[in-house]
Design a protein around this ligand. Structure first.
Ligand SMILES: Cc1ncc(COP(=O)(O)O)c(C=O)c1O
Length: 455
């Protein structure tokens, strides 16, 4: 037990005691979270009144050195962390990140504080969002999503076809779990969102690549792979492909639906990637709702940390999907859903979407100025697919950049099975936090490409 030595010190006893304790904390003799001696024992050992000790402990608390814990005693405070330290990402590698495909944080902070403030004055809402879902969630959340989707896409959707998830990746994982078994084949675009490839591997599903070109998935190859592998599912990103940015052409949409019907294959339509409002196109699920599971998310439209997504399902799949969702997480946090639904109903979601579009347009101007011969994209999402000189392998190029602190994704990252890898890298225009940082990064990449061309 630490017994403070107050011999020879002058001044009021409680202050002297507080000084001695504080100095011991600063020296490290009393470590964070150490319990201070009981007041009664200390008063006996030092020959002072319990009241003096109580005042000394109050003084320590006032100075921010200790904290009282009800029913337990007084403890040395944990090291005071600055906000910056506290909220620093654990795995931050620094440098210039052109990998991270995310919406920049623009007006979202204001929207968050407005919604939290509103929630503070609504006790019924607070009670509801702190509880378990009894069955399917909260009525208001479900109808808010239903109304928002019906207005956005001119649908006439029944709320019973909707299911909340923790974002797009969670939805994909749950779909695979619910509708396929170990060893089943799943058809994917030859170059595909990397985390889905990992999910297939982890769940022991066989990921089969389907060929693609600048119009998207190639129907003839789809038919061939259906014949060969008898898959249960086809995964598709028709509105904007990750990583290539290609949009599936209208004529191919109908062909693909026809092939999937012929081979009894369900389509997972991933519409998570950000599309600017003037470039949005109607999803496949509008044409083939009976065989399509549509996946949406607010991660790329509002903020990556929000982790809320949803599925639009054929009614027949609802029971299986609900069961799989329960197995995976019981239900999505109503607190998160409540925030998202406030943004859906007060127009915040659309305003943030517009803000992102404005920032993205400015960033594309920077990109095209730097790479004037790059093909103008029909859909301009967060990512650009950049072909490299033939003599420069994309993995080597990526590693060279990484050594200098500039991070991009090479084509191998997106490769399904043994699909031929093009010599390209994916750049995220929204990875860098500022336009100036983006300019610096792009200039660096341009100079490196020029150096390879001279070889
Ligand atoms: C094509 C695609 N689908 C799904 C996801 C996952 O989305 P979420 O962040 O909502 O889980 C990503 C994330 O990058 C993606 O690129």
């Amino acid at each position: 037990m630490f017994v403070p030595d107050i011999v020879g010190r002058v001044g009021p006893k409680y202050k002297v005691l507080a000084d001695v304790f504080e100095e011991a904390v600063i020296r490290g003799e009393l470590k964070p979270n150490t319990k201070l001696p009981s007041q009664r024992i200390l008063s006996y050992q030092l020959g002072v009144t319990v009241g003096t000790i109580t005042r000394a402990y109050q003084e320590l608390e006032r100075r921010g050195v200790t904290v009282p814990v009800v029913g337990s005693g007084t403890y040395v405070k944990d090291k005071v962390k600055t906000q910056e330290e506290y909220y620093h990402p654990i795995a931050s590698r620094g440098g210039m990140d052109l990998c991270l495909c995310r919406p920049l944080i623009l007006g979202q902070q204001k929207r968050l504080s407005e919604s939290l403030e509103a929630l503070v004055s609504e006790p019924n809402a607070q009670r509801a969002v702190l509880d378990y879902f009894i069955s399917d969630g909260l009525q208001g959340h479900s109808t808010t999503l239903q109304t928002w989707l019906n207005e956005r896409w001119q649908w006439d959707l029944d709320a019973s076809r909707l299911l909340w998830t923790y974002g797009g990746q969670h939805a994909l994982s749950v779909v695979l779990q619910a509708l396929t078994r170990s060893g089943d084949s799943i058809l994917l675009e030859g170059l595909c969102y990397g985390e889905l490839i990992n999910t297939c591997a982890q769940q022991e599903r066989k990921a089969v690549p389907v060929a693609m070109d600048e119009e998207g998935l190639i129907p003839d190859d789809l038919a061939l792979q259906c014949q060969r592998h008898r898959p249960r599912l086809l995964y598709l990103t028709p509105s904007i492909q990750n990583p290539t940015g290609v949009r599936l052409s209208d004529s191919r949409r109908l062909k693909i639906i026809e092939i999937c019907r012929r081979f009894d294959v369900l389509i997972i339509e991933d519409d998570v990637m950000y599309c600017q409002p003037d470039e949005r196109c109607s999803p496949l699920v509008s044409i083939a709702p009976d065989i399509t599971l549509y996946i949406g998310s607010f991660s790329k439209y509002f903020a990556g940390g929000v982790r809320v997504g949803y599925m639009v399902l054929p009614s027949t799949l609802q029971p299986a999907m609900k069961q799989a969702l329960r197995t995976s997480c019981m239900h999505v946090s109503p607190l998160l859903l409540d925030l998202v639904c406030r943004w859906l109903s007060n127009g915040a979601m659309e305003q943030v979407e517009e803000e992102i579009a404005r920032e993205l347009k400015a960033r594309y101007r920077i990109f095209y100025k730097m790479f004037p011969t790059h093909k103008r994209l029909a859909v301009s999402g967060f990512n650009v697919w950049l072909y490299l000189p033939e003599n420069c392998d994309s993995r080597t190029f990526k590693n060279e950049l990484a050594e200098t602190g500039v991070f991009v994704r090479d084509a191998y990252f997106f490769r399904v099975g043994s699909y031929p890898v093009p010599n390209a890298i994916r750049l995220s225009l929204t990875g860098p936090v500022s336009r100036d940082e983006l300019k610096t990064g792009l200039q660096f990449i341009k100079d490196k490409i020029a150096a390879w061309r001279r070889l």
